[in-house]
Design a protein around this ligand. Structure first.
Ligand code: DX5
Ligand code: ZN
Length: 220
């Protein structure tokens, strides 16, 4: 219902021992974006990768690097992720003392800005920033790990945010992240999400047939 749907596979579920070829396979399989989850063991209880790894995979594809920063405080690292090759930098409002300033820091790097809401984070946290950003990332699991169960209660928040964006006639993407599968993806789209992130479904279903899994998520 929200027009063109984009699929942003999360490399968190990829085989990190061959990350480069995994990224190339995702591009061949029809991924629109590459979702890169950055965790610091402080904002979330897990550690993943940093700018150096992103820099190494950057030359392998022209696909949009959709970088989801789960790190706090976030401001000090924005420049590093932008120079590493991020096209979109998404942060959590709880990870900064000044949301407007963080938005500006990202824009100053000529990178698109996203703000992410955890399942319990309220719409009010971003309401006044909608006109300054490019994307809202709605978490449908608690951030930190792949393979968790989708939380259907975030669908209502997705509808509210899509409603606000449409009401103000803004050009803001709504992305949903966490536990997306073949069954709930249509509910996420109906609620107004136009970008779907998926790790486990894309890498594990149908014996890891990336192309097939991306297609089903896009068309279901
Ligand atoms: C969780 C990450 C998600 C996650 C998605 O903190 O932001 O991107 O890896 O993985 P699945 O699709 O397995 O829930
Ligand atoms: Zn993510």
């Amino acid at each position: 219902m929200s027009g063109l749907i984009k699929i942003s596979p999360s490399i968190l579920s990829a085989d990190f021992s061959k990350l480069g070829s995994e990224v190339i396979s995702l591009e061949k399989a029809g991924a629109d974006y590459i979702h890169i989850d950055v965790m610091d063991g402080h904002f979330v209880p897990n550690l993943t990768i940093g700018p150096e790894v992103i820099k190494k995979i950057r030359p392998l594809t022209k696909k949009v690097f959709d970088v989801h920063l789960m790190i706090s405080p976030v401001d000090n690292f924005i420049k590093d992720f932008a120079s590493a090759g991020a096209d979109i930098i998404t942060f959590h409002p709880e990870a900064t003392s000044n949301v407007s300033q963080t938005i500006k820091l990202i824009k100053d790097q000529n990178v698109k800005v996203g703000i992410s809401l955890k399942p319990k984070s309220k719409v009010e946290l971003i309401k006044n920033h909608l006109s300054q950003i490019d994307l809202v990332l709605i978490m449908s699991v608690e951030p930190g790990f792949g393979g968790q169960k989708f939380m259907p209660e975030v669908l209502e928040k997705t509808k509210v945010i899509r409603g606000l964006i449409n009401e103000k006639k803004l050009n803001v993407d709504v992305e949903i992240d966490g536990g997306i599968n073949f069954e709930n993806c249509s509910k996420a789209k109906d609620a107004g999400a136009n970008i779907l992130v998926s790790g486990s479904t894309i890498f594990k279903e149908n014996k890891g047939d990336l192309k097939k899994n991306i297609e089903i998520l896009r068309n279901n």
